[in-house]
Design a protein around this ligand. Structure first.
Ligand SMILES: Cc1cc2nc3c(=O)[nH]c(=O)nc-3n(C[C@H](O)[C@H](O)[C@H](O)COP(=O)(O)O)c2cc1C
Length: 314
């Protein structure tokens, strides 16, 4: 795990310390091999040589941050044996383009990505409640949602909707609406007004200040219609379970791409207010608000119950 991290940190450091010179624009033809069309801008790291004496090849993707997204290793007997190419700031579809462009001309290719091995990766997702003051690019959100929609769903109904709160005004509207409803609940519980106001303000600020947030909704129109009332109840549950699976997958997808997240249940308690604040259709049931951003804390993992308490083999 640590060796894995050290390896990718070393690649990141190589990229940071050498200027990227773009030599070939996307769509241009390879000067020596006319059957190769560059799928993305391509160049090399200045002063950084690969084993064959050429510069290290780099593909530059469309993401503003030039982070290392993948390494492609190809075997090219015509042109110097084993070749290494670094993908910088590429989206997942762009990585696919690189892969396809190399395989199309007959090169065996293997791709390495910085995501961790599965077991470490599953255990290192944390609910993060403090984020860096750094924007989350729309491309990252799209990557996350593209991965999210591969979650399983009952009858493959995909009954989820994702409302990306990009504008501060949308976040303000939602925070106000949820805050008002939260305040009424606290007062009904007998919490003194000063304490209630403090808690509401904390909750409002979390929503407004999150670098990115996605309201996870259940679309009632996607629940299969059935005549039997007992079955209808079952179908509702299946839709809730499917949307929750998408929420979990969204958090893991964010983790894969180096982003942190936390699930907030507030909209579930005030679905009508949330819907109204954002002008959503009556049939979209808000289930959760997922905050996203680059982590500004590394909390220790909360404990988990021992397996023998929660598992029964029969
Ligand atoms: C359905 C659900 C609702 C949650 N609601 C909240 C919430 O409203 N506020 C919050 O800070 N965390 C919330 N969480 C996050 C949990 O507190 C967190 O997952 C748990 O403490 C375990 O920590 P970990 O996610 O870092 O493993 C929620 C998680 C789930 C699955």
């Amino acid at each position: 795990m640590e060796a894995h991290l050290n390896f990718w940190l070393a690649v990141e450091s190589l990229v940071k310390n050498h200027r990227l010179i773009i030599e070939h624009r996307r769509g241009s033809v390879h000067p020596l091999f006319p059957d190769y069309i560059y799928p993305l801008d391509c160049g090399y790291l200045e002063g950084c040589h690969s084993a064959d004496g050429d510069g290290t090849d780099v593909f530059r993707g469309s993401l503003p941050d030039a982070l290392v997204s993948a390494l492609f290793i190809s075997v090219d007997e015509r042109n110097g044996g084993v070749q290494l190419k670094i993908a910088l700031g590429t989206t997942e579809p762009e990585n696919q383009l690189i892969y396809e462009s190399l395989t199309k001309i007959g090169l065996p290719v293997w791709r390495l990505s910085p995501s961790m091995d599965a077991s470490a990766w599953l255990k290192t997702r944390r609910s993060i409640r403090r984020f860096q003051n750094r924007k989350v690019e729309r491309e990252r959100i799209e990557q996350i949602l593209d991965l999210t929609q591969w979650a399983p769903s009952a009858h493959n109904t995909q009954p989820w909707r994702f409302i990306v709160l990009e504008n501060e005004s949308s976040r303000q509207h939602l925070a106000e609406a949820l805050g008002e409803s939260f305040l009424q609940d606290l007062l009904r519980e007998g919490i003194p007004i000063e304490e209630a106001n403090k808690r509401v303000e904390r909750s409002r600020q979390r929503i407004i200040q999150a670098p990115a947030s996605i309201l996870l909704c259940l679309a009632e129109e996607d629940i299969p219609q059935t005549a039997r009332i007992t079955q209808w109840e079952g179908e509702r549950w299946l839709a809730v379970q499917s949307v929750a699976l998408a929420g979990g997958q969204l958090m893991l997808a964010a983790h894969t791409l180096g982003l942190a997240s936390v699930w907030l249940c507030a909209p579930l308690y005030a679905p009508q207010a949330a819907r109204y604040a954002l002008g959503l259709p009556d049939t979209w049931q808000p289930q959760a608000l997922i905050l996203l951003g680059y982590a500004a804390q590394t909390p220790p993992p909360p404990t988990r119950k021992p397996l023998h308490e929660i598992v029964r083999y029969i």
